[in-house]
Design a protein around this ligand. Structure first.
Ligand code: TMP
Length: 207
């Protein structure tokens, strides 16, 4: 089963992914946690370039897709073939929300690329929070230096106008894909959210 976690930085998705990973491991499941961009050699280079702000829009879009292709081939598909549960922090919905919708990059060819290359997740958790709360959290994290990708945050997430568009785009993706995307109220307590996600995954695993 392929499960992705999506949402704006500061929404708590990465914390929840780790908690769910631990719970599923304890239950005896074979499970891996992975992330984009970065869990490939190319992804690491991409993170570096994002921090340097050295890519134009098309190069940025193509880089995320190249990273995804490598990630699918070298990590996600092999793990699924071994019967593992794959938990992935960000995936294609990030590209749609950030590059295609919020940044409005031109990509009329994308549906064809998706048809021929994309592996769709079985389930996606979208962490949703009111924007002012997210901005407060991001400022807090930057103050306490909890993020190791400060420059990436600066590239994408200090831009409040962009953040607002990303948030709206994510929600419209959830409306368009209700069978796949499960919206999580990220304002609930950490324990409540973990339980909701765990219940949803285990109910699907038992089908
Ligand atoms: P992270 O901080 O959650 O690891 O993500 C790094 C940044 O990369 C985040 O601000 C969102 C951005 N991103 C995109 O813009 N498009 C994508 O396709 C992905 C995977 C991430």
């Amino acid at each position: 089963m392929f499960i992705t976690f999506e949402g704006i930085d500061g929404s708590g998705k990465s914390t929840q992914l780790s908690k769910i990973y631990q719970k599923l491991l304890l239950d005896g499941h074979q499970v891996i946690q992975t992330f984009e961009p970065g869990d490939t050699t190319f992804g690491k280079q991409l993170r570096q370039q994002l921090t340097q702000n050295s890519l134009d829009g098309q190069a940025e879009l193509l880089s995320f897709l190249l990273d995804r292709s490598i990630h699918i081939t070298t990590c996600i598909k092999p793990a699924l073939a071994q019967g593992k549960i794959v938990l992935c922090d960000r995936y294609h919905d990030s590209t749609i929300a950030y590059q295609i919708k919020a940044k409005a990059l031109k990509a009329s060819w994308l549906p064809l690329w998706e048809k021929e290359n994309l592996l769709l997740p079985n389930l996606t958790f979208l962490f949703s929070l009111p924007l002012p709360v997210i901005i407060d959290r991001l400022k807090q994290r930057q103050k306490t230096k909890q993020v190791n990708s400060q420059a990436i945050l600066a590239h994408f997430d200090n831009n409040i106008e962009l953040l607002t568009k990303v948030q709206k785009s994510y929600l419209s993706l959830a409306e368009a894909n209700p069978e796949r995307i499960c919206v999580i109220n990220a304002a609930l307590s950490i324990e409540e959210i973990t339980q909701q996600i765990y219940n949803k995954i285990t109910s699907l695993l038992s089908v």
